[in-house]
Design a binder for this molecule. Structure first.
Ligand code: GDP
Length: 454
């Protein structure tokens, strides 16, 4: 996501490096490049114009600061303005004082509403809420059962219109009519009666904007008085995202935006235009089909990601959620002493993988944009194979890989469905890595490492 925009922007800004003073001509040239980068990323023209005008004005009038050189000053301005068009402060969900909080999802068919309902349910549950998902998309065949499937996956109750169809049997009231408004109302009543504190209403979409769709969405809105109406939009539809957003803003009104499919080859324009055009904040971003491919949208983090400065904050947050500090410390001590075993290695790997797909994790590191090609080669399948190989070993072998002789290698390879040379590679590399890590952390110490890399 945002890869080419990120490349172009960092390219434009890199040219400024090393300059002691920036002339107006330097700034004009850089702004031209930024403008092209944004247009190519499908950002809408009025947004680009306003953005460039602000950057030009601020860059030309910028005070020379002692801390930053002129090029850094421009990067800082671009970063701040990017954060600005992405919405400034992170916008959190506004929970109702008197539960249940009602969150209604609206958007075109295929935007990702049903998938999002599951992700939201999962996320809300992790935050300590007790959500109820309500299936009001009675238009699209299979939408109700799709919601039930994602609800089950997330471990969240689903309120569905037909008796007997809800997961666990609990979430069903006797609403048999195919009327989405009554289902929505009954869902909210159910939440009140059974003390669910958040209701997520999945609504029907159409392939295009039409009056009937808007009317149904507004009727559901009027019947349930939602605390949040989230407009769900597929980032891959590019410029159309803006016109669709405007139509929904007029027809239904919304309080926040959710961008979906940011994992696709979206050029990012939707993200950069929708907030500016509708005035409503982007609240969540969805980047895949799995429940965990979902996050609160942080404009500042997204801006630094676009500018190739990495998304270290998100990485730290995910690490905090999944990291077992004691285990990590124990492993670090073993690394220093050169005593790391394959068992420890496997544990560390499993811990890191809990944070999400490996490509996503590495992609958050600063400079990841420039290492794209190398990173694309690190995939989860490779890690799966490494895991399979280690799992194919006996505890004694994991503890002391030195005993893994040729016949053991053959057994491990057969047992884990890989070739002997893959087993060889893993064992050899493990020795090398263990030696190197021990040397680096033990004998050289951090100071020496820093000096060496400078
Ligand atoms: P709805 O019609 O708005 O309810 O859309 P769905 O939730 O059914 O999503 C439409 C399709 O997009 C489904 O195949 C989803 O699996 C897929 N989808 C939803 N969100 C994402 C996402 O963030 N990334 C990707 N790659 N696919 C998504």
């Amino acid at each position: 996501m945002f890869d080419s925009l990120s490349d172009r922007l960092t390219g434009a800004l890199k040219d400024l490096r090393g300059k002691g003073r920036l002339s107006d001509a330097d700034i004009d040239r850089t702004c031209r490049e930024i403008r092209l980068a944004l247009l190519e990323a499908d950002v809408s023209l009025p947004v680009v114009r306003a953005f460039i005008a602000r950057i030009k004005e601020r860059a030309k009038g910028a005070e020379v600061s002692a801390a930053l050189n002129p090029a850094q000053t421009v990067v800082k301005i671009v970063n701040e303005e990017l954060i600005g068009i992405l919405g400034g402060e992170t916008r959190r969900v506004r929970f109702a004082k008197n539960p249940p909080t009602v969150i209604m999802l609206a958007g075109l068919q295929g935007a990702g509403k049903t998938t999002l309902a599951g992700k939201l349910g999962n996320w809300l549950k992790q935050q300590g809420h007790t959500p109820l998902l309500v299936a009001c998309d009675l238009q699209r065949p299979g939408a109700v059962s799709q919601l039930q499937i994602v609800g089950e996956r997330a471990g969240v109750q689903v309120f569905a219109p037909h008796p007997g169809t809800s997961i666990g049997g609990e979430g069903t009231l006797g609403v048999t009519s195919g009327d989405p408004v009554s289902v929505a109302k009954a869902g909210v009543d159910e939440a009140k009666a059974k003390h669910y504190d958040v209701v997520v209403i999945d609504t029907a979409g159409r392939l295009g904007i039409d009056a009937e769709l808007m009317k149904q969405a507004s009727d559901i809105r009027d019947a349930t008085s939602p605390d949040e109406v989230l407009f769900v939009v597929d980032a891959m539809i590019g410029q159309d995202a803006v016109s669709t957003a405007e139509a929904f803003a007029d027809g239904v009104g919304f309080t926040g935006v959710v961008l979906t499919k940011l994992d696709g080859d979206a050029r990012g324009g939707a993200a950069l235009s929708v907030r500016e055009v509708t005035g409503q904040p982007i609240m969540f971003a969805s980047s895949g089909e799995k429940l965990e491919d979902f996050d609160v949208f942080h404009p500042d983090r997204m801006a630094s990601r676009i500018l190739g400065m990495g998304d270290v904050l998100s990485l730290i947050e995910q690490a905090e959620q999944h990291w077992d500090a004691e285990q990590a410390e124990a492993a670090a001590a073993k690394i220093t002493q050169g005593e790391l075993t394959l068992e420890d290695f496997l544990e560390q790997m499993l811990m890191i993988r809990k944070m999400g797909p490996i490509g996503n994790i590495l992609g958050m590191l600063p400079g990841a944009g420039q290492m794209k090609d190398a990173l694309s080669q690190v995939d989860d399948k490779q890690l799966d194979r490494v895991q399979a190989i280690i799992r194919g070993m006996t505890p004694a072998e994991r503890d002391n890989p030195k005993i893994i002789n040729a016949s053991r290698r053959l057994r491990i390879a057969n047992g884990s469905g890989v070739t002997v040379s893959e087993v060889n590679q893993l064992v050899d590399r493990f020795y090398e890595a263990r030696k190197m890590m021990a040397q680096m952390s033990g004998r050289m110490g951090m100071g020496a490492m820093n000096r060496k890399s400078n």
